[in-house]
Design a protein around this ligand. Structure first.
Ligand SMILES: Cc1cc2nc3c(=O)[nH]c(=O)nc-3n(C[C@H](O)[C@H](O)[C@H](O)COP(=O)(O)OP(=O)(O)OC[C@H]3O[C@@H](n4cnc5c(N)ncnc54)[C@H](O)[C@@H]3O)c2cc1C
Length: 236
């Protein structure tokens, strides 16, 4: 399907959201899925070529458009999009992936995001906020510093709006003006907010080294394999 660049929004100093207009074409997807995008031409060289996959950071409730959000690191693919004019056309493939909240699942969800790994949760939470069927969820959102927190205002608004959704920001280290959590994910941090970990479904999304570390930690503290979901963003 052809889609058309509608908006570029700077989320943090190195994270940009790209929104594409569907121009009335139907496109069904579930919050948490990802898609492949293919450029017609690269404006900057890229040894990995013209195709990349990204989670949809938009929700299906944001009709008529889709969005992905990415960390800019200089690749030709991303620089082409950074410099493209509004209306720029590219191809988007069908949605894929099973990082999707099962319908009717009554379990508490423990969402764990490392940096750019926030993207599928933004979709899931925006969908919950819009549809009026909020998920029972904690989001532990890890970032290096406060300036790296993408979607901060929206997430805080949804936490205020949905009593069953609780947001825990965690920064890598102390910084001026920060009174929230600092450090890495460990059992003490989880238990501070969730004294009873049993019966929850744990979700991890982010760069592969972080996903691996957190999977191992959750296994060590006794979270069973069938209560773990992961979205590993290969390429980071
Ligand atoms: C399910 C899924 C969802 C994703 N969602 C997002 C998202 O929402 N936002 C986001 O920013 N990124 C997401 N990614 C990662 C994304 O596809 C890109 O790989 C990433 O953004 C890096 O792209 P780049 O152009 O900056 O770097 P690149 O120039 O593409 O890559 C940097 C380096 O990593 C290596 N590399 C890249 N990809 C792979 C790979 N697949 N396997 C092995 N080596 C690789 C390259 O060879 C290069 O050395 C997702 C990945 C997956 C699998």
């Amino acid at each position: 399907m052809r889609v058309y660049l509608k908006e570029r929004r700077t989320e943090t100093p190195d994270v940009i959201s790209f929104t594409f207009d569907l121009r009335g074409q139907p496109f069904a997807y579930k919050p948490g899925q990802y898609v492949y995008y293919e450029l017609d031409e690269l404006a900057f060289p890229d040894e990995r070529g013209k195709r990349r996959h990204f989670s949809l950071s938009s929700s299906p409730t944001e009709e008529g458009q889709v969005m992905f959000t990415t960390k800019m690191r200089g690749s030709g693919f991303k620089e082409t999009l950074r410099h493209a004019p509004i209306g720029y056309e590219l191809t988007m493939e069908t949605p894929r992936g099973s990082f999707v909240v099962p319908e009717g699942d009554a379990r508490r969800h423990v969402f764990i995001a490392g940096g750019i790994g926030i993207t599928p949760y933004r979709s899931i939470l925006r969908h919950a906020a819009d549809s009026g069927a909020p998920v029972d969820a904690f989001l532990f959102y890890f970032n290096r510093s406060a300036s790296d927190i993408a979607f901060r205002a929206e997430l805080e608004q949804w936490a205020a709006q949905m009593p069953a959704f609780r947001l825990v920001h965690v920064l890598s280290g102390p910084e001026a003006g920060w009174s929230g959590e600092i450090g890495r994910l460990d059992e003490a941090l989880l238990r501070k907010y969730l004294p009873d970990l049993a019966g929850s479904l744990f979700w991890i999304s982010g760069p592969p080294p972080m996903v691996k570390t957190y999977m191992e930690l959750l296994a060590q503290i006794g979270v069973p394999e069938d209560s773990l979901r992961r979205d590993s963003f290969t390429g980071y």
